[in-house]
Design a protein. Sequence first.
Lengths: 657, 370
Amino acid sequence: MDPRRGPLAVPKVRRVGFFTSIEPSPETPRPNRSLSGPAEAITSSSPLSDSPSGQFISPVQIPPSRHHSDNLASRAAPVPVPGPSAFRRQLANDRALHVGSYNPVDSLLGTSPPSSNGEVSEDSGSLFGFQRSDSAKLSASFPNGGFDMTLRVRAPQESEAKVAIASTSDGRKKNVEASGEGESLAAKPRKEKETKSLKEKTSKAERRAIQEAQRAAKAAAKGEGSKRAGESSRPKPSKPAKQPQPKKEAPQVTSSVSEKRAVSVEKERRMDVPQTQMQYDDKSRVDKAKRRSVVEQTESKNKVELFLHLPQYERGNQLPNLSSNIFSLDTIHHAVYKVGLQHLAGDIAGDNARCIAMLHAFQEAINDYTTPPMKDLTMDLTAKINGYVSFLIECRPLSMSMGNAIRFLKNQIRKLPVDLSEPEAKASLCSEIGRFIDEKILLADKVIVQYAVTKIRDGEVLLTYGFSCVVEMILLYAHEIGRKFRVVIVDSRPNLEGQKLLRRLVTRGLDCTYTHINAVSYIMGEVTRVFLGASSIFSNGTLYSKVGTACVAMVANAFSVPVIVCCEAYKFHERVLLDSICSNELGDPDAIANVPLRNNKKHSKTMDNNKNLQFLNLMYDSTPAEYISMIVTDYGMIPPTSIPVIVREYRREDLLL
Amino acid sequence: MWRRSASFILDRSSNSPPMADTTQNPDAISAYYQTRAAHHGVITSDWLAQAQAAVEQPDSTHSGLGPNKSFNVIDEFNGWRKQPDLAEAVAAIRAMAAVIRASEATTMMELEIELKKASDTLKSWDKTSISLTAGCDLFIRYVTRTSALEYEDFNSAKSRLLERAEKFGEISCKARKIIAMLSQDFIFDGCTILVHGLSRVVLEVLKTAAQNNKLFRVLCTEGRPDGTGVLLSNELSKLDIPVKLLLDSAVAYSMDEVDMVFVGADGVVESGGIINMMGTYQIALVAHSMNKPVYVAAESYKFARLYPLDQKDMAPALRPIEFGVKIPAKVEVERSARDYTPPQYLTLLFTDLGVLSPSVVSDELIQLYL
């Protein structure tokens, strides 16, 4: 891994989005951006990568601290490391065998060796050594429970690493903090996730967050310092102003030293959108997030540099881990937990379905919620929801629509009248959630169908891409009311969602043509309308949807075929998106690496060995507004330039408090 | 004045249609374009004077009709429609006002239902007229959705509605003035303006410019089959504006000497595009490809909640076309009277709400209707 990583990382790094000083080597060239950098950068960074300490610094990828310590551990205890290929192959085998609830196509990496070895290995520290030697470094990097031994080794080293990083970096205050923190942390097991009970860790963090939130509210600032010294297991919150902070951080951030900060944090949390804002190439943030995380995630090895700011994890190991912990996690409500697992496994796909499942889970959680004594429902419940949300994010990054729904929920919580009794408050929240689901999603779909159907005339050829439930409803309804038309379903690897749509349409008697996206430019000639679904639409009219949508829209545009996007208004987002890079989700690289062919195994083996090869499985892409002719929403048919109008006029209450 | 909020539009719409008897226009020919043609005939030098007179007349006619039970929106509307200077939407709104006057409803709800019926009748009577539909919609919307109507007592609410309806006709004329004022900044000395179709707004714009002593030249397309260009050039020459008539097919040929294109609109749709007399689309295309600005002058009551995706995506407005020779029976004739110009080919819209870019149209409409 080391040899592979070093050379890879140094020259290829390109950072996107925000990053902070902890950043390994500031001079690291960004070849894509400037040509002036490389020579200098190489000289400066190469020594680092050669030296052991450099290991911590050079891997530019989002290196979680865990990762470094892994390297350390493996180095400290030299174990024969079987080539990665062996491991990969095993992975492949496992995948084939252990599909479980996974949709084989969806779920990527399938189960990794540790999980195939069974939950046993995960639970028992003694197996760890065996496992590592057996199945290579990767498994070592799995932060499975019960590695007390490793933990001890790791903690000091890690703090060292942190210090080193801090000294090399530009010495901002934050770094100083970090290093100090690292030292103090060394004494304590810092990675709770590696201690045997996940539960304890999260609950602790959570409890603390809640506590501190309250404290901040009470302006009891003085007591905080001493308490913190005692507890010390959490990092100091970094300045909120530094970066747009994802909600993920919110609970943690709440515990700020000064009340002022608490206020600003509170404000920030109010504004925050849980989604994509976390920059995964910002080490310190990632570290913090990891410490609190419930889901064990392993960095994937061959990361795609352009997308370092996005989470890139090995797939497949989280699920068994999580499901084994299901009874020990009391901070996460079981309903939320279930939804998280379903998201992780890919059992629930589709934005609306995911969003509805999440909201139902929240409803249940709120129903079961009781305010702890001496606490305020608004504050405490918000913190709880934040915890749930960060758990869900760990399972799978939220979609934009889920972010909007969460924001809505938090707003509802915040707007609860103070004099409401707890049962009343809960009931009102639940009914608000129900109303949101009914009005903004279910009813909206029906309205969209009514509008969109007016654009389907007899004799048309409609093209759709992938699977969108609104589009499906439109097509079925149009068929029901007797329109005569033909449907072209364009699909793409690896998910092949279009087949689901195809099956449903054909059973209902629609005339369908099925093709893959490779043929889109051929088939487009006979098409008269393109109907697309959406994951989100941004203020500048950019459509954010399943990868491949942009291609379809552009081809349609070149053929002067109108492109109609069907999207519920709750998915509109006030942000602006210019490209598909800044905000995206990465799927399982193996899903595209493995083609279901006969000699597949041999093939993927050679592929895996190649350190110059990275698989990029993007989930979404963005379609510029000029390729969209019309957006059908529950507010009617509007041009893409009118998204901000809808956001401004109808979501005012949601956006401003 | 022109930067008022969208609610202003509502006021305007307040005059919509009365009741419904004659459901379908028996003729397949677009009534809207028949009216236009009739108006064109009237457009001579005394056109404006007549129009003025027309605006005065209607009220008196109405009061007589009011109590009559067998009152018919269509007749009412047709009566108003005859006034050459009265836009069709305004006629519709006046007819609607007459409905209110004639109504024997005793509650707001009843009145609403009556109005709704009337507007549906009007709309179905001529499905091809966008401004008629838009006017009716706006009026209904005004009646049903405005808080301005929250009076304790039904009669005062009703009289308030009537008041607004009365205002509407004036607003229509005023809108043209506002648009003419707004557009003056865009007409510079020595410019050449290409005009297509006979739009009262565009005529007003050019007239105002001439009155302001601007020096400019106008190219008029012929405007087959109505010969609108001939009529317009006639009007313009009376104002001592240098005019040149072009064949409709000579647009691309003369586009390089044109500085801007001015067109009116039958309707402004939600995408920000316009529906206008046949030929507008191709002129806009030519202008766009030669980087000439295309300006549209349209009153805001022409904003319609329509969203055509392409040319065939609207109810066709047919009209008779004379070719001067006998056309063999087997030969088909394209009789559509209008086309749709997508927003990307338009530069600016001059409306009484201000000078808008096409994308703002949807903004205004959303604020208005949602």
